[in-house]
Write a new protein. Structure first.
Length: 287
């Protein structure tokens, strides 16, 4: 793996996605600066990232020396000024538009190189609107990784109306340098993967809600009957029910089609904090 021109990468946010993005960049040889909101979030992110690397060693996917090298390439902090010398900054904050717009204004203000790429890991939000918050919309695009980032091979590149061809080409080379498979999508809610996946997941939730079948039977049906590696409800738990809800809302806001509307059961589960694997309980109990 080789990150090419992007030897200095910044990652804003060190949750499930941000920590995975920082890990794959460091393993590919980049120097990575991770910025989080506060010291507690930094500590949690560092712990998450270290645990992921140690798991890769235990599984035989990484040796101990490479793990140590990757950790040595990553620094953590709370000051966004640390992005000033970055060639690429990837935003991985929650799927809330106001948070993303504020993040891009702040990143744009501190990154010195005019040719630096500013990327969003959003799974559904309009790249054009995010780009408009900066002075360099031609250098803004979506670089959407999938969870768990060190394992899943796909990166979805999303171009806004003002994203330049050069920016797309450079981002493609970067993603391929991480060993990722790349697809390109236009700037519409859900892009490619979630525009297909989320209606499928919502249909499964509606079946549970209506008492049509149990979550386990729905998942077994899709695994054993359709050769899917995971059923839609276990997948929803893995993605995070809050994330699924954010994407569903984004799709429904843009297209106003009924099959994109989140079912009441999904709303109630998110309200109750039953977010899936990350909270310990969703459609299944992980405690």
């Amino acid at each position: 793996m080789n990150v090419g021109e992007f030897q200095r990468v910044g990652v804003l946010g060190c949750g499930l996605m941000g920590s995975g993005i920082a890990e794959v960049c460091a393993r590919a040889g980049a120097g990575v600066v991770v910025v989080e909101a506060d010291d507690a979030a930094v500590a949690a992110g560092r712990k998450r990232l270290t645990a992921s690397l140690e798991k890769a060693v235990t599984a035989g996917r990484l040796d101990s020396a490479d793990k140590d090298d990757a950790l040595a390439r990553i620094s953590f902090g709370t000051d966004i000024e640390a992005f000033s010398d970055r060639q690429l900054v990837i935003e991985a904050v929650p799927e809330i538009m106001d948070l993303k717009l504020d993040a891009f204004r702040r990143i744009d203000a501190v990154v010195r190189a005019p040719e630096a790429i500013l990327a969003s890991n959003t799974s559904s939000m309009p790249i054009g609107r995010i780009a408009a918050a900066t002075r360099r919309p031609e250098h803004v695009l979506g670089v959407h990784f999938f969870n768990p980032v060190p394992v899943l091979p796909l990166v979805e590149l999303v171009t806004g109306l003002q994203t330049s061809r050069d920016t797309l080409a450079r981002a493609r080379a970067f993603a391929k340098g991480l060993g990722k498979e790349v697809i390109v999508a236009k700037d519409r809610a859900g892009f490619v993967v979630n525009a297909l996946l989320i209606p499928y997941v919502l249909s499964a939730i509606r079946m549970v809600e209506a008492g049509h079948a149990s979550a386990a039977d729905i998942d077994t049906g899709m695994v054993a009957g359709c050769a899917h590696p995971m059923g839609p409800l276990k997948l929803a738990d893995l993605v995070g029910l809050d994330t699924a809800l954010h994407v569903a809302n984004s799709l429904y806001e843009e297209f106003k089609e009924p099959h994109y509307a989140p079912p009441p059961l999904l709303l109630r589960m998110v309200d109750a904090g039953r977010l899936g694997r990350k909270s310990g309980r969703g459609f299944y109990d992980y405690t």
